[in-house]
Design a protein around this ligand. Structure first.
Ligand code: ZN
Length: 279
């Protein structure tokens, strides 16, 4: 039997609402609603940034709390992952919402160039975020923007800074970072298998090659990420009307590879997360 596919939806990034992403959710209500539609379409994990009223990204834990509460109410059991990325503030501010104990949080284990800036993750900050996640029982999703970050995560697991089993996301397609490249992708997958045989992984393609990476991930037994943070098009000529439409596209692809979307219970089991709290 093949492994069910955990579909992650990254509903909102940091870009302002524009002509090509009119449905990117900004307010708390929009974020909860968009997540709910994506959940109904087959997503079982939501990757979250939160926004201020003026659309800029916010690091305010109170805002994270509101979105988390809404999603818990409307999407029973869905796995909630907060972003600790650079867009959620600077330095320790990036982990200020971890005491809210989301199921997961993103953790980049090194620095990399982004389209117009350095995505800076100093050793001190990486260790601090990892320690906060251990402290609050939050499972990290390792964001691997290059090979060294996979090695770093494995080494942090060996010395106890990260809890096993790891979940790693291979990110490809960010301008100035690693492009969507099949040979490198396979090398990532094989390296992770060698260093951390019990790890799970997701392929995240940013931009126009998103579904190429989704196909490769489905083929090689991994999980998929989609959503308006990463890509706003269903194909070259068609804008995605919603996050749910992007998720539906990945659900269609699952069938082509003999896979099916994981249920909430399966996704939690695959990621070694506790079953959803009830009531
Ligand atoms: Zn993000």
């Amino acid at each position: 039997m093949t492994t069910p596919c955990i579909i992650t939806v990254a509903i909102t990034g940091s870009l302002p609402r524009k002509k090509d992403n009119p449905a990117v959710p900004i307010t708390v209500a929009e974020q909860v609603e968009s997540t709910h539609a994506a959940f109904e379409a087959g997503a079982t994990l939501v990757h979250l940034h939160v926004r201020n009223e003026d659309e800029t990204t916010s690091s305010d834990p109170a805002r994270f709390a509101l979105v988390q509460e809404g999603i818990r109410r409307h999407c029973p059991g869905m796995i909630i992952q907060f972003s600790t990325g650079g867009r959620s503030g600077t330095g320790h501010e990036r982990g200020g919402m971890l005491p809210l104990r989301p199921d997961m949080a993103s953790l980049a284990t090194g620095s990399v160039n982004f389209p117009s800036r350095i995505y800076e993750n100093s050793p001190e900050l990486v260790d601090w975020l990892a320690a906060e996640m251990l402290r609050y029982g939050v499972k990290p999703e390792i964001e691997a923007f290059d090979l060294s970050m996979i090695f770093q995560a494995a080494s942090m697991q060996r010395d106890g800074r990260l809890k096993a089993p790891l979940h790693v996301q291979f990110v490809m397609g960010v301008k100035n970072a690693m492009p969507v490249d099949r040979e490198v992708f396979e090398f990532y997958v094989n390296t992770l298998r060698r260093l951390a045989p019990d790890a799970t992984w997701t392929g995240a393609g940013i931009g126009r090659d998103q579904f190429t990476l989704a196909r490769w991930s489905l083929e090689l037994g991994g999980h998929c990420r989609t959503g308006m943070e990463d890509n706003v098009r269903l194909d070259r000529d068609t804008l995605a009307p919603s996050n749910a439409a992007l998720v539906a596209r990945v659900v269609e692809l699952c069938a082509e590879y003999g896979r099916r979307p994981a249920t909430v219970a399966e996704a939690r089991r695959l990621l070694s997360l506790p079953p959803a709290a009830t009531g």
